[in-house]
Design a protein around this ligand. Structure first.
Ligand SMILES: [Zn+2]
Length: 158
C-alpha cells in the first residue's frame, strides 16, 4: 500500500517503526501549540485520508463486510494503532479502540483527543459504504475513560 510517505525500507538499521512516545510528541504536542482548537480537526482530516487509503486497499481483496471488518481490525493491530472491536447499535455503530496509540494511559484533561483515529474510522467506513460518516469520540483516556469509543453515523441518516 502506497501511503506517499517515502520509502521507509531504506532505514536498514533502524527499521520502519518508532516508539509510541515519539509519535505522541508529534501528535499531541506538535499540533496543539500551532493550531489550537483546530488541531483535532487537522489530525482527523489526516486520519480520514489514511482511512480511505487503507479501506480502499483492503476493499480490493475483501469486498464482503465481514472480511473487510476482519482485515481492518487486523490492520489496526498489526500497525499498533489499537485493538478494535465494532458493534452495531440500531442504525449506528460503536467502534471501540483499546490500547489506542494516541491516548492509552494519558492523563485525564477533560476532553477526547483522538481525532486521528476517528478520522481513520471515518475513512474506513467511507471507503466501504461509499458515503460520508459522522464520527464522534465518546470515550477516551484523556476524558477519564480507560478505552476509546467512537460513535459512527451515516450522514444520510442524520
Ligand atoms: Zn482517545
Amino acid at each position: 500500500m502506497d501511503l506517499n510517505v517515502g520509502n521507509v525500507k531504506v532505514r536498514k538499521d533502524l527499521g520502519a517503526t518508532v516508539p509510541v512516545e515519539i509519535f505522541r510528541i508529534l501528535r499531541l504536542h506538535g499540533f496543539e501549540p500551532l493550531f489550537g482548537k483546530s488541531s483535532n480537526a487537522i489530525t482527523m482530516s489526516c486520519g480520514r485520508d489514511l482511512g480511505l487509503k487503507i479501506g480502499s486497499a483492503i476493499m480490493i481483496e475483501h469486498p464482503t463486510l465481514e472480511s473487510y471488518v476482519n482485515n481492518v481490525v487486523a490492520f489496526f493491530a498489526e500497525n499498533n494503532i489499537g485493538l478494535v472491536s465494532l458493534r452495531p447499535e440500531g442504525s449506528e455503530f460503536i467502534v471501540q479502540v483499546d490500547e489506542c496509540v494516541s491516548c492509552a494511559g494519558v492523563t485525564n484533561i477533560g476532553k477526547c483527543i483522538c481525532g486521528f483515529e476517528g478520522g481513520i474510522i471515518s475513512g474506513i467506513f467511507q471507503a466501504f459504504f461509499a458515503g460520508s460518516f459522522y464520527v464522534k469520540e465518546m470515550k477516551c483516556w484523556a476524558n477519564g475513560d480507560t478505552t476509546c469509543e467512537f460513535l459512527v453515523k451515516d450522514l444520510k441518516e442524520m
